[in-house]
Design a protein around this ligand. Structure first.
Ligand code: AMP
Length: 193
């Protein structure tokens, strides 16, 4: 199963992705985590992306597309994946469509986690206290949220047209959201079985 999660920062994509990974045995591919890992390792790529990530801007499309192409080519992604944080722009979405077409795969389902901006802000501020992420400062949080609306939200239409979009009301307890996610995934699994 090839699963894609869309939704603003703080909508619980990462948490749900981890549950999907555990229950369905498909790897959680989170571009934010991948970027933070190379930043931690201090590689050339890490040094290049650090100022971008820390200021809440978007890393250039070409770089992200190369990163994802390599990651989807790894053996653990052969049986499917749950993608979190990519694509974030229309060029990235087009590139993903192209990559999947090459390997004769399609997205089985796209979830859109829906959450009001104020709740996103509240959750990100709380996470800033807990995790101390350098891009969870108030100013950077605002930039990331507005970039979501400008650059990423239009992808909802892109996937609605493709016909496999499921909206999820994300302002609920983790278990409640996951129950709905599971129901949708089980339907997809039944259809493709
Ligand atoms: P996240 O953990 O998904 O919120 O990502 C943290 C940061 O990594 C973002 O604010 C961006 O700077 C960068 N990033 C992650 N994924 C992408 C992407 N697909 N395109 C561009 N930048 C990204």
């Amino acid at each position: 199963m090839n699963v894609l999660l869309l939704g603003p920062q703080g909508s619980g994509k990462g948490t749900q992705a981890k549950r999907i990974e555990a229950d369905y045995g498909i790897p959680h591919i989170a571009t934010g985590d991948m970027l933070r890992a190379v930043m931690e390792q201090g590689t050339e790529l890490g040094k290049r992306v650090r100022p971008i990530v820390e200021s809440g801007q978007l890393v250039p499309d070409e770089l992200m597309i190369d990163l994802i192409r390599d990651r989807l080519g790894e053996v653990d992604a052969e049986g499917g994946f749950v993608l979190d944080g990519f694509p974030r722009t229309l060029p990235q979405a087009d590139a993903l469509d192209g990559m999947l077409a090459e390997i004769v795969r399609t997205l089985s389902i796209v979830f859109e986690f829906q959450l009001a901006d104020d709740v996103c802000r509240e959750r990100m501020h709380r996470r800033a206290e807990l995790e101390g992420r350098t891009d969870d400062t108030p100013e950077v949080i605002e930039r990331r949220l507005s970039l979501y609306h400008e650059q990423t939200e239009p992808l909802v239409t892109h996937y609605r047209v493709a016909g496999n979009l499921v909206g999820i009301h994300a302002d609920r307890a983790v278990d409640e959201v996951f129950a709905e996610v599971q129901e949708a995934l089980d339907q997809v699994a039944a259809r493709t079985a």
